[in-house]
Design a protein around this ligand. Sequence first.
Ligand code: AMP
Length: 468
Amino acid sequence: MNFEQFQLDVHLLSAIRAEGYTTPTPIQEKAIPPVLAGRDVLGLAQTGTGKTAAFMLPILQRLVQGQRLIQEQRPAQNQRPTPGTKRHIRALIVAPTRELAEQIHQAAISLGCNTSVKSCTIYGGVSKGQQVIALKRGVEIVIACPGRLLDHLGEGNIDLSHVEVLVLDEADRMCDMGFLPDIKRIIRFIPPQRQTLFFSATMPEDIRSLADGILRDPLRVQIGTIAPARTVSHALYPAPDGRKTDLLLAMLEQTPTGRVLIFTRTKHRARNLASHLEKNNYRVSALQGNMTQNRRQDAIDGFRGGKYDILVATDIAARGIDVSEISHVINFDMPDTVDAYTHRIGRTGRAMQTGEAFTFASPADEVIVRQIEQVLGARIERRRLLDFDYGSQVRERAFVPARMQEPRPQERRPRTGAIRSIHGQGVPGSRSDFAGRRRSGAPAGSRTSRSHTPQRRKSLPPAGQRAW
Ligand code: AMP
């Protein structure tokens, strides 16, 4: 299968090539043809599967076709709408967070770079003025978070009466965040004769009834089971009370990593952990909801561009982070739900790359661990960090319930990651090289941490972090 088979406009095909996409991902293969044909789609897809392009390419195709009509009438106005003709908002994409909205906007810009389609974002935390200016100039695609969109609707700044395509992205997360009533209000501003595309990683009851209410004869497109990407390998580490930060420092010291994304339960913990790591000379930034939009963007850009090796984030703030080559996701605090685990882990192993997911666990996490294992369809490997003093709190197998005991060797799931957390096996210069690049000025890829001296590595057994 290749993108030519979708019979997309040549300008879109050239942008796809420029993005480096050679073959459609499974969700693109399944969703693009029906969306191009105008059908409503209910997409059940986990994050990192390429679902943004699955809806953005058909939207751009629709808009480019519309533009051609205008050009045929006015060849002199190449690629521009007729003077005096205001661009109407023809596609509205609603997303739960500003980060996700920005990520979708980037996809609209890069995939639409050879067209004259205009898009803008609408979200809170930044001034309304620029958004009003963009809306007045005219855009065909709006990517919006619900709260600010309702503000603009209330003030009469935005007209949704020409919307032909409505996309609800990460609908389950919007429900979790309490946006369900907002979404219902927004839908009242959009013509009922429209195409609706509904994407969600999970289908709890309230999401199902929302989908039933707004989709017309939808085609259901599901990619695999709703589970974390297969390209991610998972490990659990016992975490002694009050020693998690030490455990993390030891882990970062001993593990070859690329970019590392660490999740905490609260904003406060994200902020504190980031500053603790900074004091230990790691290049790190926090990403949490109390930060201004500019600081959040700076954190994401810095992480993406290599200014920071580590980002410490909360669940909500991390929605929509599209940073390639995150080698490790570390759950410093156990997520509350399996969905949250899936979303966190989806930040690594994106677009068929490999990654590792490490989770600090305590005996109290037994139930959620079991639920995650059910969704994964496999037991998560238990590991202990070598040379770390666990004290008396975590004894060997201390909180491994009977069914979670160490498997017999043949039961072990093969590790899928190309990156290995085996100590001392990072390949210099590769992304499995050390993120232990401290602020001391050592260049990326250099090995500055004490534990990586060849002498030290020699003393480590090949399996590095042994099972509990
Ligand atoms: P998404 O699930 O939309 O967040 O996409 C995850 C990542 O996959 C993004 O970085 C996209 O740029 C990338 N991506 C999307 N489609 C493809 C494709 N066909 N081939 C390779 N990468 C892709």
